[in-house]
Design a protein around this ligand. Structure first.
Ligand SMILES: [Zn+2]
Length: 445
C-alpha cells in the first residue's frame, strides 16, 4: 500500500491508552492522518514516499500549550521579579498601550511559534489583541491554534469599546471559519477586567456559535479580595451566577480554590489550565492540581506568556508541575510522569474540544507528532522513557515535529521559518521598547 510517511521509532508513547509504551514500532501517516501503528518488522507492507528512521528516539503526541500570550515573546524579560498587579498595571499594560500594534502581534507571534515548534509544541491556546494577526502568523507557518477573541473593559489599540471588541472578534472568526488548523475561543481577560454588562453582551453570542470561553480566573488572593469588595462574592461564584460555567469554560490559574469550588468545577465540567512557572515567578499561589484531578476535573498545562515565565518550554513546564505538586503535597507519588504528560497533551486537547483531532497518537487522528532523541549523554541510560522525558530531557532534544502530517522541524531545523530574520525582528522591537525596561539596580555615575 502506498502512503506518504512511515516513521520507525525506538519508542512510541501513544498517550491513549494510559501508561502504554510501544517498542520498535512504526507510525504510518497518509494525507495528514495517522492510519496505522504497528511493529516495525511488519511495516514493510507500506511503500512510503518518505521513511524516517528514528531509532534513538521517543515519539509521542505534540504538546498542547493550553494557555499563552504568544506575542508577549517580545516582552520577555522586560519586567521581572515583580508581583502580578504591579507587573501588569505599572509595566505590561503601559508597554502594550504604546507598542502592541498589529505588527508587534504578528512578529511576536511568529517568534513564539518558532520557539514552541522547536520545543515540541504543535498546538497552542492563545489570548491576545489583534487575533487577526495571530491567525495570519498561524496560517503562514502551519501550526495548530485556538485563538482567543479578546474582550476587556478598557480601550486598547485593537478596540476601543465592548461593541468594537465584539464586532471585530466576529469578523475574524468568520474569516477563518472551517480552517483545519484554527479554532477560536471567547477570551474575556479576567473577572476583574470585564463587567457583568460586558459578559451579558458577549456571552449569548459566543454560546450560540458554540465557541468555548478562555479566561484567567482566581490567579491571586488579591483577585478574590477585590471581588468581595466590588461584587460581594468570589469571582468563580460570580461567573456561575452569570451562567458562564460549563464544559465549554476554560479557567486558567485557579490558585485559590476551596472545597466547594472544586465541587463546582466538577459539577459544571469546567476545564482548568495549570501554569506553574508563571504562578511561581509572579508568586501568585499554587493550583491544587492533585485535588482537582482526584475530583475528576480535566487539568491541562500551559506556560502563560513569555513575560511571566519566561519561556514557552512544555518539557520544562511538565517537570515543574510534577515537582511542585510533590512538594506541596509532601508526597512523592503525586502527579507521576505519565499524568503530567497527559496534562501536556490529551488533557489540553479535551479542554479545547480538539480531542477528536489531536492530543494522542491514535489511528484516525491528525498527525501532530514529535520525536525526542534520548541517545544523548544527559538522558542515558533509559530505564523508563516517560520518566526520562519528564525528569531528564530538555527541549533541545526535540529533533522532529509534524503538524497535521507536515514536517515543521527536521533534524532540529525549522522547515518553514528563518531564525535569523526572527532574531533580527526581536532585536528591533527590543530597541523600540527599551525605555519600558524595569531596571532592578542603577549604578550612579
Ligand atoms: Zn495569562
Amino acid at each position: 500500500m502506498h502512503v506518504d510517511t512511515v516513521i520507525n521509532a525506538r519508542w512510541i508513547i501513544p498517550i491513549v491508552p494510559k501508561n502504554c509504551l510501544l517498542e520498535n514500532h512504526s507510525l504510518v501517516v497518509d494525507e495528514g492522518i495517522i492510519i496505522d501503528i504497528l511493529p516495525t518488522e511488519q511495516a514493510g507492507k507500506y511503500q512510503a514516499k518518505k521513511t524516517h528512521y528514528l531509532t534513538d528516539h521517543l515519539i509521542t503526541a505534540g504538546f498542547i500549550n493550553a494557555h499563552t500570550h504568544a506575542a508577549m515573546n517580545l516582552l520577555r524579560g522586560i519586567a521581572d521579579d515583580l508581583p502580578l498587579h504591579e507587573w501588569l498595571e505599572e509595566h505590561i499594560w503601559p508597554a502594550e498601550a504604546e507598542m502592541a500594534t498589529a505588527d508587534f502581534v504578528h512578529d511576536g507571534t511568529l517568534l513564539a511559534i518558532a520557539e514552541m515548534l522547536r520545543g515540541g509544541t504543535t498546538c497552542f491556546n492563545d489570548m491576545y489583541f489583534f487575533p487577526d494577526q495571530i491567525a495570519l502568523a498561524v496560517k503562514q507557518v502551519g501550526i495548530r491554534a485556538t485563538i482567543g477573541l479578546p474582550v476587556i473593559d478598557f480601550p486598547t489599540r485593537w478596540a476601543s469599546n465592548i461593541d468594537e471588541y465584539l464586532t471585530k472578534a466576529l469578523a475574524v472568526r468568520d474569516q477563518y471559519q472551517g480552517d483545519p488548523l484554527i479554532s477560536f475561543s471567547f477570551a474575556p481577560h479576567a473577572p476583574y477586567t470585564v463587567s457583568d454588562s460586558s459578559f451579558a453582551r458577549c456571552q449569548p453570542i459566543f454560546d450560540e456559535l458554540g465557541i468555548c470561553t478562555h479566561m484567567h480566573v482566581h490567579e491571586t488572593s488579591q483577585e478574590i479580595e477585590d471581588s468581595h469588595k466590588a461584587h460581594d462574592t468570589r469571582p468563580l461564584n460570580r461567573l456561575k451566577d452569570l451562567q458562564l460555567l460549563g464544559p465549554n469554560f476554560i479557567a486558567v490559574h485557579m490558585t485559590e480554590l476551596n472545597d466547594e469550588e472544586i465541587e463546582l468545577l466538577t459539577t459544571y465540567g469546567v476545564h482548568v489550565v495549570h501554569c506553574p512557572e508563571s504562578n511561581l515567578k509572579l508568586a501568585s499561589g499554587f493550583c491544587p492540581v492533585d485535588k482537582l484531578i482526584k475530583a475528576g476535573v480535566n487539568v491541562a498545562l500551559g506556560t502563560d506568556g513569555a513575560a511571566s515565565n519566561n519561556d514557552l518550554d512544555m518539557i520544562g513546564e511538565m517537570k515543574t508541575a510534577a515537582l511542585l505538586a510533590k512538594g506541596i503535597n509532601a508526597k512523592a507519588d503525586t502527579l507521576p510522569a505519565h499524568t503530567v504528560l497527559e496534562m501536556a497533551t490529551i488533557n489540553g486537547a479535551k479542554a479545547l474540544g480538539l480531542d477528536d483531532k489531536t492530543g494522542s497518537i491514535e489511528i484516525g487522528k491528525q498527525a501532530d507528532i514529535i520525536a525526542i532523541n534520548l541517545n544523548q549523554l544527559e538522558t542515558q541510560p533509559v530505564y523508563d522513557p516517560v520518566s526520562t522525558l519528564i525528569y531528564s530531557a530538555s527541549r533541545s532534544q526535540v529533533t522532529d515535529v509534524w503538524v497535521n502530517g507536515t514536517q515543521q522541524l527536521k533534524g532540529g531545523q525549522l522547515t518553514q521559518m528563518n531564525i535569523k530574520e526572527l532574531i533580527n525582528k526581536a532585536t528591533d522591537w527590543q530597541q523600540k521598547l527599551a525605555h519600558f525596561h524595569h531596571k532592578q539596580c542603577k549604578i550612579d555615575a
